[in-house]
Design a protein around this ligand. Structure first.
Ligand code: NIG
Ligand code: FE
Length: 416
């Protein structure tokens, strides 16, 4: 069936010659068409252009027409970093932090990720799935059309596989595009506290082969940071993953200058994420690599951490992606419009840069930018229609407001 969107006030992020990501000065470029139409055939974008060209569309084929007067149409957000399968929120730790404990202190006391792992062990697979699907519906309402989801609250073979099976079920049943990342090396379990290398051996020898045998993951991740996994163990884990065809997407430089970014680049990671601590050395390592630097504004905001030097990165010619990090400990929100506002307010990005950072660049960081992340002929029709609004600046400006009115995924209008 065909779906025709007409009278679009501004069709945003259109590409005639699609690129896989945008870097440096190119990030400030977003092509748009004012007074546009968009034609969708089955699950793909078939055509788009100015309303003057609409006579070229044979109208006997059009089954549904949506009038988008005064409304903008965007490619759906791609959220390339989330932990949205989790057993319970951690609002008590939020209060502990208000009272003065740090995220790292909470982790050292067995709270944080270890707290979630304990709860996950006790939670039935069906409950994990149902709660995660509620979060999926919530992010779809806010315009997300593709999401990466990590394991990492299992921290033993059985529970990591349980999480990944939940993610697989989400992949099979949710209308948005899902990528699964195996994050067995998310935290060091209590019993390995004094010997993290031994836990890394379990990840390498036990978990990775089983994850690969059941084809449960697209990517592999390690939390390479101070108090978590060393560069040496990270490299061993990434190498083991690569043997099974799992490309890396790693957590790096959230808590210090730990060498995580360099390790990611060395193993050709698809992305390195967090990046609160980035200096000249890190920028040099990222330059001319194929690794997408991914900043997670929600975590920096929620944990009161330093904000990544995004301007410096873009001015050095790097691409930058912005993702939500939706998780119970450091960023309990998957609201990509809010992430867009943060991009402008806290990182001094212009609205065009933010659009690239939350669509095509995050699509690249999930390995899907050939099919998602922009309005291009042949790409999957995942997009949203806003409410009445004046122009692209208005979305990040209106922080905290959900301007997404209609969501179309795989060419189908979603009931929100
Ligand atoms: O991306 N930094 C490590 N992992 C997550 C936090 C997970 C949690 O606290 O539950 C993050 O911020
Ligand atoms: Fe994360």
């Amino acid at each position: 069936m065909r779906l025709l969107l007409t009278n679009i006030k501004e069709l945003v992020q259109v590409e005639d010659n699609p690129v896989l990501f945008k870097a440096g000065a190119e990030m400030s470029r977003v092509d748009t068409i004012r007074d546009a139409f968009l034609l969708i055939y089955e699950d793909k974008i078939e055509d788009f252009g100015s309303m003057d060209r609409l006579f070229e569309v044979p109208d006997e084929d059009v089954l549904v027409e949506i009038d988008c007067s005064n409304r903008l149409v965007y490619p759906a957000f791609c959220d390339s970093h989330s932990h949205l399968v989790y057993p319970a929120p951690r609002e008590k730790e939020f209060v502990d932090r208000i009272k003065g404990l740090s995220y790292e202190e909470i982790a050292r006391r067995g709270g944080g990720i270890l707290n979630s792992a304990k709860r996950l062990h006790e939670t039935a697979e069906d409950d994990l799935y149902n709660d995660a699907m509620d979060r999926i519906s919530e992010i779809i309402k806010m315009g997300t059309g593709a999401v990466e989801i990590k394991s990492g609250y299992g921290l033993n073979t059985e529970d990591e596989l349980k999480m990944l099976r939940v993610i697989r079920r989400i992949k099979e049943t949710a209308p948005l595009c899902v990528k699964a990342t195996f994050l067995g090396a998310h935290a060091i379990p209590q019993e390995y506290k004094n010997n993290p290398a031994e836990y890394a051996d379990v990840v390498i020898n036990e978990m990775i082969p089983q994850v690969a045998a059941e084809e449960l993951a697209d990517y592999i991740d390690v939390f390479c940071d101070r108090g978590f996994f060393s560069v040496e163990d990270t490299e061993r884990i990434l190498m083991a993953g690569m043997k099974y065809g799992l490309q890396a997407k790693i957590h790096a430089n959230e808590l210090g200058f730990t060498g995580g970014i360099q390790a990611g680049v060395k193993y050709n990671a698809l992305s390195v994420d967090h990046l609160e601590f980035v200096g000249d050395e890190e920028i040099k390592a990222l330059k001319d690599s194929e690794t997408m630097p991914t900043v997670l504004p929600g975590a920096a905001f929620f944990l009161n951490m330093p904000y990544s030097p995004v301007r410096k990165m873009i001015e050095a010619g790097l691409p930058v992606a912005l993702a939500s990090d939706y998780n119970p400990g450091s960023s309990p929100s998957g609201n990509m419009s809010f992430i867009s506002s943060m991009g402008c307010i806290k990182y001094n990005m212009i609205p065009e840069e933010v659009i690239n950072a939350t669509t095509i660049n995050t699509a690249y960081a999930m390995g899907i930018s050939d099919k998602y992340g922009s309005i291009a002929r042949g790409k999957i029709a995942n997009l949203f229609i806003t409410g009445t609004m004046p122009g692209i600046e208005y979305l990040p400006y209106s922080y905290g407001t959900n301007l997404v009115e209609t969501v179309i995924l795989n060419g189908e209008i979603q009931s929100l």
